[in-house]
Design a binder for this molecule. Structure first.
Ligand SMILES: *Cc1c(COP(=O)(O)O)cnc(C)c1O
Length: 374
């Protein structure tokens, strides 16, 4: 709540001022108070960067205008001839930028199931420079053992970055588990109110930070001060919101798990989740996203998703309000059906971003949608 923020010294204002300025007056050429141009640095952004660093237990933080802006900056560390490895159910935008932009620049990539550490070991080449993890993944909520995976990478001198958007530092702190970098889409839980798009990178190594900061300024995908203020306002209640997201998600996962019209529930807090034990040691809670497969197919999935009221039909996740997504026709629609099924994305799969509403209301809403199915 408090990290990176002090009452404004000139007025005592308890909230960080929104420094709407592009430039800063200098008393003599190159004589300034640490701020010369707002792409390079801005006091509201500095407060956010310190705040996010504290949340992840990091020495350094960098804020971006989107999660993709942050991930792109991590990828800027690579050069032609390098090889990158990443999870095979990565966020679609991350997969897209690696395939359509970085491949063209001569950076090879391999996408593997990182939930099995042996796969990582086997896919390492001498050109491998970076491994990108997402845990839990979207939408099947598979986990990667970050301690084991980063130990393998370290042994081979490979940098690691964990996209911690789904868990948030309230539930999982990848730097403490050995990762070199953490990336975030602050658009999701950190912002938490579906009113801002943003991103961040956190790390401990000062040399690494210096490089990333150089790319941040050189590329310019930096957030405006109002956006920084909104994320900063979000993080003040992150711990409270995550507690409620987890409480509601647990209850809903259990409700769905014994429902006759449900084929299968994916939630790391359920005992039958293949990584239930890992979730308990690696995470402080199983998170606020629950995925489940309806009996039936595309039609049932679409019908269910159109019959909830509190669960709004929308892409994105992590806000206070509950959302429902039918991945096959929405967020993951661009993946060919064959490939999709191979990856375990069934036609009747639904993803819930469980909000912080009253749990009874959410269950009632789901019951209504079940009743709409024939
Ligand atoms: C949304 C998301 C991103 C991309 O972030 P934007 O803020 O939309 O650019 C990256 N990774 C994960 C896991 C996400 O959910």
């Amino acid at each position: 709540m408090h990290a990176g923020q002090e009452p404004d010294p000139s007025t005592g204002a308890i909230m960080t001022p929104v420094y709407m300025t592009s430039t800063y007056v200098q008393s003599a050429p190159a004589q300034h108070k640490g701020f010369d141009y707002s792409r390079t640095t801005n006091p509201t952004r500095v407060a956010l960067e310190r705040n996010l660093a504290a949340l992840e237990g990091a020495r350094h933080g960098l804020a971006f205008s989107s999660g993709m802006g942050a991930i792109n900056t991590v990828l800027n560390l690579l050069k032609s001839g390098d090889h990158i490895m990443a999870g095979n159910d990565l966020y679609g935008g991350t997969y897209r930028i690696i395939k359509t932009l970085y491949e063209k620049l001569g950076i090879a990539s391999t996408f593997i199931d990182t939930t099995n550490i042996a796969n990582i070991e086997n896919a390492i080449r001498k050109e491998t420079k970076l491994i990108l993890f997402e845990t839990p993944t979207n939408p099947l909520l598979r986990l990667t053992d970050l301690s084991a995976a980063s130990a393998v990478a370290k042994r081979h001198g490979i940098l690691t970055c964990c996209d911690n958007t789904f868990a948030t530092p309230a539930l999982q702190r990848p730097l403490e588990l050995g990762c070199d970098m953490v990336a975030h889409s602050t658009t999701k839980y950190l912002g938490g109110h579906s009113d801002v798009v943003g991103g961040a990178i956190l790390c401990n190594d000062t040399e690494l930070y210096t490089k990333l900061k150089h790319y941040q300024n050189a590329v310019g995908a930096t957030p405006g001060p109002m956006d920084c203020f909104l994320v900063l306002r979000g993080t003040k209640t992150l711990h409270l919101r995550m507690d409620r997201h987890v409480e509601n998600a647990r209850r809903i996962a259990q409700f769905l798990d014994q429902h006759p019209k449900v084929e299968r529930v994916y939630y790391p807090g359920l005992k039958h989740h293949p990584q239930f034990e890992l979730a308990k040691t690696q995470m402080r809670g199983p998170g606020g996203i629950v995925s489940f497969e309806l009996k039936g197919g595309v039609e049932e999935g679409k019908s269910f998703a159109s019959h909830t009221q509190l669960f709004a039909l929308a892409e994105s996740l992590g806000g206070v309000e509950s959302l429902i997504d039918h991945p096959v026709s929405m967020t993951h629609g661009s993946i060919p059906r064959e490939e999709r099924l191979k990856a375990g994305l069934q036609d009747g799969l639904l993803r819930l971003s469980v909000g912080v509403e009253h749990g009874d209301d959410l269950i009632r809403d789901l019951e209504r949608a079940f009743a709409s199915l024939r």
